[in-house]
Design a binder for this molecule. Structure first.
Ligand code: MG
Length: 403
């Protein structure tokens, strides 16, 4: 009998404890916004998008708790509470590693929050090389000729660039080995290491290089932020994805129906386990369709008493959260209601506003339409209401994804 080896458990430690003074501005650079998302959020999203990370922890300054909370627009399930950092980068990373010690992952990927453009390809190369080495970092060969200057600004020497590499993150390590190296460095009174590979080297661990990417820049200065903004707006490759949804609920005895998150007085109610908002159910399925993430019944089973009588805006908001966790930006949604009654027209503005509110998108990206069935079929016989929905979501494409 062949025994499968247990899956490798990978944790990511995102170091956001810097004060970022070089970038200027009022707040540390990792909390600055790029294209609607904070730099920190983008770094977290990159690891969520990679897909097989079991735990993500961030390290922040104690006084930055408010900034931290405000900078997160989506909190994925794998994201644990932030860890309070120390006086140096090294101390901050060590605090993060100690926080991960209780869950004891096999591998830890230590990443600078200020590198928000890390691709799935870079993360994958680091993870794969960790099968052969206890430490792996992505790096780029130095392309420019290097000069050592005198203090007066004149050249003292030309430094051979052969064999020189620029280190990037995430730097990946077997967890127990890097935790041990950090503890030993602290015991030895060393606090001058500028990256984790240097600590691993000091501790005698073999650290391998894999190919980094030029786009995996560290955002350090205000000019870096500006350049990143320009690049995001001008050069972002977005992949549009479409999802559709359909739902039907039958009428039962009652006095109002829920449609598009709005309660409408009526001669009947719609029958269902939740509030039976047929339109929000169809739209929830449409959003889930853009990420291939099952359907509403899978995430909120009607067999679960927890969802009895539930307000359906919870389902829709959850689908939007799932889409955003994968980096998706909702382009537009469109709902068509098939009903002989009640009349939809008078309620359309409220429905549109309510769905825009739940999805946190502008009004003109929300369509609400209705038609009767001209008396034909079950809907025409006033036995229930049907809703159809579609959603278009834009997802960023990383240049090296899948390579
Ligand atoms: Mg339903």
């Amino acid at each position: 009998m062949i025994e499968e080896s247990p899956p490798v458990r990978i944790a990511a430690l995102i170091v956001a404890a810097g004060s970022g003074t070089r970038a200027g501005g009022d707040i540390p650079k990792q909390y600055a916004t790029l294209g609607g998302l904070s730099i920190l959020q983008r770094s977290i999203d990159a690891f969520v998008a990679y897909g097989s990370i079991c735990e993500i922890r961030t390290v922040i300054q104690a006084e930055a708790q408010g900034l931290y909370t405000a900078s997160l627009s989506g909190e994925p399930a794998v994201l644990g509470p932030p860890v309070t950092g120390g006086a140096s980068r090294q101390a901050s990373v060590r605090a993060g590693l100690e926080a991960l010690a209780s869950s004891s992952p096999d591998i830890v990927l230590i990443h600078d929050a200020a590198r928000p453009f890390v691709s799935g390809g870079v993360i994958r190369r680091v993870v794969e090389a960790l099968e052969a080495y206890p430490g792996v970092i992505p790096a780029l060969p130095v392309a420019d000729t290097l000069k050592r200057a005198h203090s007066d600004g004149t050249i003292g020497a030309t430094v051979p660039r052969e064999g020189l590499w620029r280190a990037q993150t995430p730097q990946g390590f077997r967890f127990s080995a890097i935790l041990d190296a950090h503890r030993r460095a602290a015991e030895a009174g060393r606090d001058d290491f500028t990256d984790d590979a240097a600590i691993a080297e000091w501790a005698g661990l073999q650290v391998a290089l894999v190919e980094g990417e030029t786009q995996n820049v560290k955002i350090t200065t205000a000019a870096d932020i500006e350049e990143a903004r320009n690049r995001l707006e001008a050069g972002m490759i977005l992949e549009p994805r479409i999802g559709t949804g359909f739902d039907v609920h039958r009428f039962a005895e009652g006095s109002s129906v829920w449609l598009c998150g709005v309660q409408i007085p009526h001669t009947h109610r719609l029958e269902g386990h939740s509030d039976a908002d047929v339109a929000l159910h169809a739209l929830t399925d449409a959003l889930l369709g853009t990420i291939g993430d099952g359907d509403i019944g899978q995430h909120f089973p009607p067999t679960d008493p927890k969802w009895k009588g539930a307000a359906s805006h919870l389902f829709l908001a959850d689908a939007a959260r799932r889409v955003r966790e994968r980096g998706g930006r909702i382009g537009n949604v469109d709902v068509t209601i098939l009903a002989e009654e009640p009349r939809i027209g008078p309620h359309r503005p409220a429905m549109q506003a309510r769905m825009a509110e739940i999805l946190a998108i502008p009004l003109d990206r929300v369509g609400v339409k209705a038609t009767t069935m001209e008396g034909l079929g079950a809907i025409g016989r006033r036995e229930g209401i049907v809703a159809m929905a579609s959603a278009l979501v834009l997802f960023p494409v990383h240049a090296t994804e899948g390579t």
